[in-house]
Ligand binder design. Structure first.
Ligand SMILES: [Zn+2]
Length: 117
């Protein structure tokens, strides 16, 4: 009762969609996984983690800060991000990593600091 008409209507709609080219087959290649911005990969205008870590350490200089406190201060998702950024800074612009007492948490830690000249 009325069903054939409905089916006919649906069929014609499906036909419209198929005919309009909207009904595309599933793409063969998987969707590109969006790259998560990490060190050096910040979007324009957004400071990278490396830049944020650098400015934090520079503000504290010459006081040392540990990776945990860096990630906490900068609300980083992972401590390893702070660790990687800090290690990247070492060896340039007087940044150094040393076993010291962290200025923030007071614990004996591997810390990073910028030496003042
Ligand atoms: Zn600390």
């Amino acid at each position: 009762m009325g069903q054939p008409a409905v089916i006919a209507q649906l069929r014609s709609r499906i036909g419209d969609v198929a005919g309009s080219g909207l009904c595309v087959s599933i793409p063969e290649r998987p969707l590109l996984v969006r790259r998560i911005p990490f060190i050096g990969g910040g979007m324009q205008g957004t400071p990278t983690i490396l830049e944020r870590v650098r400015s934090l350490i520079e503000r504290l200089a010459p006081a040392p800060i540990c990776d945990e406190c860096i990630s906490e201060k900068l609300s980083l998702s992972w401590k390893s991000q702070a660790n990687q950024a800090a290690r990247e800074l070492v060896g340039r612009d007087d940044f150094e990593r040393l076993s010291d007492v962290c200025t923030i948490c007071g614990g004996p830690k591997i810390t990073t600091r910028k030496a003042l000249r």
